[in-house]
Design a protein around this ligand. Structure first.
Ligand code: CAO
Length: 550
């Protein structure tokens, strides 16, 4: 097997672009042209396709990385037929590693040259023709959305149409404000650079504003001929800003932000993307969001005519001083996921407590050893071990539901996520094979992963594959809380603060260390009796940790 290093294609004018979506994971098999990842500049979002079929061996980039032309992205293991013949002096059996640039994208980024035949601004009312800007390709691209109709009044930068190639969706904004006289294209049509889009009656033309090309009509040209001046370069606005939804032909005015593959899927499923909440970076809609939306619509209960109204945006400045504070990407993605999980998963919260007096004594005895090892032993590694054992005992918790509702996916491994609060927001690194690791190993891994989480150094792999999540707020106090299940997992454990409480034992009250916890489970996957038994078993394991080694 040979390997191919896949690098970022020539990005043209853009020096650096951000990795905003990873569409594959290590071990995935990809076909030629399957999308690998999505890059985004301030002008365009681009899906990068595989130049060949193969298996993803390693991924060299993380979400949020800035990359430039030629940067390594990932390594593909390719079949012998796909790999070039080894050099003559190389041993034939030695695997060859080639570097291959991913196919070049067809997204142009604000080319600086002036479009020929453009006219200057005119103070007089005139009719101009707005045309497709330089697309950076000779190929035709499809018009997938038309956002305006004859008679519409539009402003500079309002989206006119959305174009879609195999690799990118691009929005063409207006150069000028005015009234649309005539739309010259239609959804489904194909256009090239320079094709006429519409005629616009305008009294002013924005100078210095990058936009779609504009030509003055013959009668208007005469009036403007006195003062010819270069018209600014064309601009293709990619879906970095939300673009209008994929309505068949009527302008929707709604805004969405999605790549070509997602738009195609939405068209196939008849989904109006304006209705879909994006969970990706910058609220970008990803395929899972479309599937989730379809599922939620299918499962939506009859409302009996009652509509849930949106929470209104209120001008709070009328009540006192305010400040608008932007939310981080992570906070927005978390919010979207929380909303989805809260509204699509019927949660049951099972409250319980464990007498951890013996566990805490044992932990205290291990303090010197922990210091010697240069680590800190908190209750969390014991909780991880206990949860892994409870998952083995009650495998109905170690599942995910298939979206069809026809079956569950039973997991035979025990990877557990732990919620980590970071200044940028909440992240959930995953500790793999908890059942096979010692309490010391787990303790080291907890520290390593939570440090990485706070430094924003976690790889995608380190955040994937959990069967179950523990959210431990114990250190902060509180007697109990209801955590939200991290779907498609079907259960989560919320851990609160250990307190000394009087417990009636052998005819007297004794001071015992009591750890309160909440097991939340998805009632679609787990029934109430099992929930009670799982929580009870967990409490017994934590109360008598000798059980953990049995
Ligand atoms: N009761 C009492 N004390 C507890 C406790 C509990 N249940 N759990 C931990 N502690 C103690 C620890 O022993 C430690 O004490 P010392 O400093 O004296 O040793 C102290 O609290 C701090 O622990 P920690 O937070 O550093 O370590 P941890 O292993 O308990 O947790 C981590 C690690 C990463 C999970 C945690 O730091 C964190 O980020 N928790 C927040 C999780 C969160 O935000 N959840 C909400 C998600 S929304 O659903």
């Amino acid at each position: 097997m040979a390997t191919e290093k896949i690098t970022v294609p020539d990005l043209g004018d853009a020096s650096e672009v951000e990795v905003i979506e990873l569409l594959v994971a290590v071990g995935d098999k990809v076909e030629e042209n399957d999308s690998l990842l999505v890059l985004e500049s301030d002008k365009a979002a681009m899906e990068i396709p595989a130049p060949m079929a193969g298996v993803v061996k390693s991924i060299e980039v993380n979400l949020g990385d800035q990359v430039s032309s030629g940067s390594p992205m990932l390594t593909l293991e390719v079949g012998d037929s796909a790999s070039p013949a080894p050099a003559e002096d190389a041993p034939a059996e030695e695997p060859a590693t080639e570097t291959r640039e991913a196919p070049k994208q067809e997204v142009s980024e604000a080319p600086p040259e002036t479009a020929a035949g453009n006219q200057s601004a005119s103070d007089n009312a005139s009719v101009i023709t707005i045309s497709v800007p330089d697309l950076g390709t000779e190929d035709e691209v499809e018009i997938i959305e038309v956002h305006v109709a004859a008679g519409d009044t539009i402003d500079v930068d309002d989206p006119l149409i959305t174009l879609e190639s195999d690799k990118a969706a691009m929005e063409v904004p207006s150069t000028s404000a005015g009234t649309v006289e005539e739309v010259l294209i239609a959804v489904g049509g194909k256009v090239k650079t320079g094709a006429d889009i519409l005629k616009l009656k305008t009294s002013s033309v924005a100078v210095g504003q990058p936009a779609a090309e504009q030509k003055q009509d013959a009668n208007a040209q005469a009036a403007a001929a006195e003062k010819p001046a270069p018209t600014p370069a064309a601009k293709v606005t990619p879906p970095a800003e939300p673009v209008a939804a994929a309505a068949p032909s009527a302008p929707t005015g709604g805004k969405v932000y999605a790549g070509p593959a997602v738009r195609k899927l939405a068209r196939e499923l008849g989904v109006d993307l304006a209705q879909v909440k994006g969970s990706g970076a910058r609220s970008r809609i990803v395929k899972e969001d479309v599937h989730e939306y379809v599922k939620s619509r299918i499962n939506a209960p009859a409302t009996g005519g009652l509509q849930v109204s949106a929470v209104p945006d209120i001008d709070f400045s009328q009540f006192g001083e305010i400040e608008q504070v932007p939310r981080s990407k992570l906070q927005k993605v978390t919010a979207a996921n929380m909303q989805r999980n809260w509204s699509s998963v019927p949660h049951v919260a099972q409250f319980n407590e464990a007498d951890v007096t013996d566990l805490e004594d044992f932990r205290a005895q291990l303090k010197a050893e922990a210091d010697k090892r240069g680590t800190k032993l908190t209750p969390l590694p014991f909780l991880l071990k206990a949860v892994a054992k409870a998952l083995a005992e009650y495998p109905q918790f170690n599942v995910s539901l298939h979206s069809s509702g026809e079956y569950v996916i039973q997991k035979k491994y025990y990877h557990i996520g732990m919620a980590v609060a970071t200044p940028a927001g909440l992240v959930v690194p995953v500790i793999r094979d908890v059942d096979k690791k010692s309490v010391w190993d787990l303790s080291t891994e907890i520290i390593e992963l939570s440090n990485k989480a706070r430094d924003r150094k976690l790889s995608l792999e380190e955040m994937q594959g959990a069967c179950f999540t523990i959210s431990s707020l114990g250190a902060l106090g509180g007697t109990g809380f209801i955590p939200i299940i991290n779907a498609p997992e079907v259960a989560i454990l919320g851990v609160s603060k250990t307190e000394i409480k009087p417990v009636f034992i052998d005819g007297e009250f004794q001071p015992r260390k009591i750890l309160p916890f909440t097991l939340c489970y998805d009632h679609k996957a787990v029934n109430g009796l099992d929930g009670g038994m799982f929580a009870d078993y967990l409490a017994r394991l934590l109360s008598d940790i000798r059980q953990l080694i049995l």
